[in-house]
Design a protein around this ligand. Structure first.
Ligand SMILES: Cc1cc2nc3c(=O)[nH]c(=O)nc-3n(C[C@H](O)[C@H](O)[C@H](O)COP(=O)(O)O)c2cc1C
Length: 386
């Protein structure tokens, strides 16, 4: 199941976020609809690091929305490392949500880390001034970070953002400085502007520039498809850790590769089809335990194509897997796929979202006054991650 690629000696020291040591300094990126407890458990089984939960809307949390409360749940192995990403545009609401998590511990678990989402490029979020649109309003941005940091007390708060809205409205350097001044423990930078969505190639040079500009740790994000990309990002940018999103879709074992790479070990996993089938079944079983068999299997369907990318699978089996609704059915279908070596041609290839660029939808007059401290209205309703 493993192959030995180029030997490497790059090691990265553990990332310190307050009292939390992230070792290796590898973080599963928050991904709405993906990084639920089942997926985090699965990824953690392959390697250590930090695994951020799906984005949680602060308004929904303070209103104790039932679905949201179900989403803010630690896995059994996350007692000391539960990591929550929050989305919000109103300093008071964000503060209340953080207070609620830190003081009460939702579902009995207190987070060990809180991340704030200032990177979402989805139009329904930016149109309301949220996500990647927000750092442009630098006073409001600082107020939100300050409110979260105060309410979090000893729990480290980090910020996740993009380069800016578009090439003419770059925000990351101001965001880094403000986040640092307001007490953020680290900042993650995705090397794209919001208008790029997921198109083209991430530009890592702003990550290097941010590393030079702030004293808090900078985590690099964008287009790490293999462990060796992560080593390259660290070497090229000097970042203190890496954040992995799409690269682990259908490849949770990437965290094992990353753990190996950052301790200087050269082995990389190349699971056979039979081994991938076992991991798929494990993933679906974890989802079924969380949501019930029918819903869990329905949720698993979105992962099927990612797991099977590059493998030779009959079209009838692929079709049936895309409609799977039970664990035994899944096992039966997977057994029909002939065992075969890992399709190395897919290594390093992008997976998941690759949406083309699009101008960013913003609220009327959003760009006019960077120092307007007022939260945009109605921006917290019905958002999803990105
Ligand atoms: C399906 C999906 C959902 C995402 N949801 C979130 C989210 O809720 N919060 C967030 O900050 N970023 C979100 N992102 C962005 C990722 O965290 C990450 O920044 C981005 O995918 C770039 O990293 P990558 O090239 O490693 O994928 C999402 C990305 C994807 C593909």
């Amino acid at each position: 199941m493993t192959s030995t690629l180029e030997p490497t000696t790059t090691a990265l020291p553990p990332l310190k976020l307050g009292a939390l040591a992230v070792d290796p300094a590898v973080v599963l990126a928050p991904m709405a609809g993906i990084t639920n407890p089942a997926f985090r458990t699965l990824c953690r089984e392959f390697g250590a690091g930090l695994y951020v939960c799906e984005m949680i809307t602060t308004r929904a949390l303070v209103e104790r929305n039932e679905k949201t409360l179900r989403m803010v749940r630690a896995t059994t192995d996350e007692a000391d490392a539960f990591s929550v990403q929050l989305y919000g545009v109103d300093p008071a609401t964000v503060g209340r949500a953080v207070e609620m998590l830190v003081d009460e511990g939702v579902a009995g678990t207190r987070p060990a880390h809180i991340d704030l989402n200032f990177g979402c490029p989805v139009p329904k979020v930016t149109r309301k001034g949220g996500g990647s649109a927000l750092p442009w309003r630098r006073v409001l941005f600082g107020d939100i970070v300050r409110s979260a940091v105060r309410a979090a007390r000893d729990v480290p708060v980090t910020v996740k953002t993009r380069i800016g809205i578009d090439p003419d409205h770059v925000t990351y350097l101001d965001a880094g400085r403000i986040a640092q001044d307001e007490g953020a423990a680290a900042i993650t930078l995705h090397g794209r502007t919001a208008d790029q969505l997921y198109s083209g190639t991430a530009d890592w040079s702003p990550i290097a520039r941010l590393v030079e500009s702030v004293d808090i740790p900078v985590l690099g994000n964008g287009d790490i498809w293999e462990a060796d990309d992560a080593l390259r990002m660290v070497a090229e940018t000097g970042c203190a850790g890496v954040v992995i999103g799409r690269g682990c879709l259908g490849r949770p074992w990437l965290f094992g590769d990353l753990a190996a790479a950052f301790t200087g070990r050269p082995e990389r996993a190349l699971p056979t089809m039979a081994e991938v089938a076992a991991i798929m079944h494990r993933h679906a079983t974890l989802l079924a335990a969380e949501h019930g068999e029918r819903h869990g299997c329905a949720d698993f369907r979105k992962h099927v194509a990612w797991y099977l990318k590059g493998f030779s699978v009959g079209s009838d089996v692929r079709r049936a897997l895309a409609m799977v609704s039970g664990l035994d059915e899944l096992a039966g279908l997977l057994a029909r796929i002939p065992d075969q070596p890992y399709p190395v041609a897919v290594l390093g290839a992008p997976r998941g979202r690759t949406s083309p660029p699009r101008p960013v939808a913003l609220p009327e007059g959003w760009l006019a006054d960077r120092d307007d401290p007022r939260p945009p209205s109605g921006a917290e309703l019905e958002v999803s991650g990105g």
